[in-house]
Ligand binder design. Structure first.
Ligand SMILES: *Cc1c(COP(=O)(O)O)cnc(C)c1O
Length: 437
């Protein structure tokens, strides 16, 4: 009854999900196209109770935020072929103190990085690797799965492939990712290729290598990943009592995640689980801002840029693959694109840490954009906001330590908390405390 297939976003051509195909006839991106009319055979209340019941259970697929929505993800995948690391069901941090400071109705931060490999990339990778696992079980010739990455995609790919016993190959821009990100695929046994280029350069080469279909391409131009990531919208909706906030803010690089978030909202509208559209804000770093620039030119076209170095290294991307889908997302959801400087993203991340968060630089980009848009009154005081936090701060310890030690190049650390280096003497301790408590 429920089924899905690949469909070109530019044309009408379709392909079965069992086919190894990444682009349509005319070169456009594919999307997983569900038979949405079949969804209507269940009422909104039936869907709500199905998902509610699964939340209460312990079956392995139900423990995953992604696979607990499996009918809407890959409806025909046998449950026993799922490769899961219990992704999803991440915390929704109530940042009410910050909401008060900037005078908005409410602010929550969805901690998508509190996940097995420390970023939201797990959500998409569980779907892609499960489908590959299914194909391999059905004797399709796939020798390995490969991706180009700014760090987090490769960490996710290597973990899921290792769990499934499938070889993986990762293409990384040499010297441009954090130590934590680099160590993950090494530990999980991937073939790690560090290339003397940037992400866009790696992306070009991995596409050449995967033209041979026995090496499967895991980048987000592979629309299977979007199906996992779109469940962020479902999960938010479910945990907010089947509603969404007024505004969702998300950092964007290759623009797969914003496309996914929008697709999830499309689905919720079509299931009748919500009837009001939220607005979507995409936040970019000034140093890698092709989407922001296109937005400012009314989306005339994407002009790829040479991405400059940014602390938000996972979004240091100059030629975003999912541009057409992201453009549609902004247009459908009354969206805004904002950019922030290195100073703004650093301060925003560490300002938010003061209320108990532990923000990665990309989350800093999203928060910085929120602060800016609030100042410009593009977001009003009666609006509820959710910021999508994309990675765990622990993956970016150098960024955080350097900020507090005032060692970030060209950045003045307004929210730094300096260590007190003192002799091992009680009086010295008392002297320090006298001034502060
Ligand atoms: C991948 C990634 C992003 C950007 O997501 P896109 O889908 O490429 O726009 C943002 N933050 C982190 C931490 C990421 O790993």
């Amino acid at each position: 009854m429920f089924y899905a297939e690949f469909k070109s976003i530019g044309g009408e051509d379709t392909y079965p999900l069992s086919q190894i195909v990444y682009k349509g006839n005319d070169g456009s991106l594919l999307e997983v196209n569900h038979n949405r009319s079949a969804w209507k055979t269940r009422s909104p209340n039936e869907w709500k109770s199905l998902f509610g019941n699964r939340r209460a259970g312990f079956a392995p697929a139900d423990l995953s935020g992604v696979w607990s929505k499996r009918e809407l993800v890959l409806p025909e995948l046998p449950v026993e072929d799922i490769v899961t690391l219990q992704e999803g069901w991440t915390p929704l941090f109530n940042a009410q103190k910050l909401a008060k400071e900037i005078d908005i109705k409410s602010l929550h931060v969805k901690l998508c990085g509190n996940s097995h490999t420390g970023s939201f990339k797990d959500l998409g990778m569980t779907v892609l690797v499960s489908q590959v696992n299914h194909l391999i079980k059905n004797k399709v010739n796939i020798k390995a799965v490969a991706c180009a990455s700014t760090g987090d995609t490769s960490a996710a790919l290597s973990a899921y492939c290792a769990k499934a016993g499938i070889p993986s190959i990762v293409f990384l821009p040499s010297g441009k990712i954090s130590v934590a990100q680099l160590v993950q695929p090494i530990s999980n046994g991937s073939i790690v290729l560090a290339l003397d280029t940037d992400f866009d350069g790696c992306m070009k080469i991995v596409q050449e290598v995967t033209a041979d279909k026995s090496i499967y391409l895991a980048n987000s131009m592979n629309s299977l990943r979007i199906e996992g990531q779109k469940t962020i919208s479902y999960e938010l909706c479910q945990e907010l009592g089947w509603s969404l906030p007024d505004v969702l803010v998300i950092p964007g690089g290759n623009l797969g995640n914003v496309s996914a978030l929008a697709k999830g909202i499309d689905d919720l509208l079509s299931l009748g689980l919500i009837d009001k559209k939220p607005r979507i804000v995409v936040a970019q770093a000034e140093n890698a801002n092709p989407f922001y620039c296109a937005y400012k030119r009314n989306f005339d076209k994407l002009e790829p840029v040479q991405a400059q170095k940014t602390l938000a290294s996972a979004i240091q991307i100059g030629n975003p693959v999912s541009y057409p889908k992201a453009e549609q997302a902004i247009k459908n959801y009354n969206g805004i694109v904002e950019q922030v400087s290195e100073q703004e993203l650093s301060d925003a991340a560490h300002r938010a840490d003061k209320i108990g968060l532990y923000c990665c630089p990309h989350t800093g980009v999203a928060l910085g954009a929120l602060f800016k848009l609030r100042e410009k009154c593009c977001i009003s005081s009666d609006e509820s906001v959710i910021v999508i936090s994309t990675a765990h701060g622990l993956k970016f310890s150098e960024f955080k330590a350097d900020y507090h030690e005032q060692k970030l190049n060209g950045i003045s650390s307004k929210y730094a908390n300096a260590i007190h280096n003192i002799p091992a003497k009680a009086e010295a301790v008392m002297d320090v405390l006298k001034g502060v408590i």
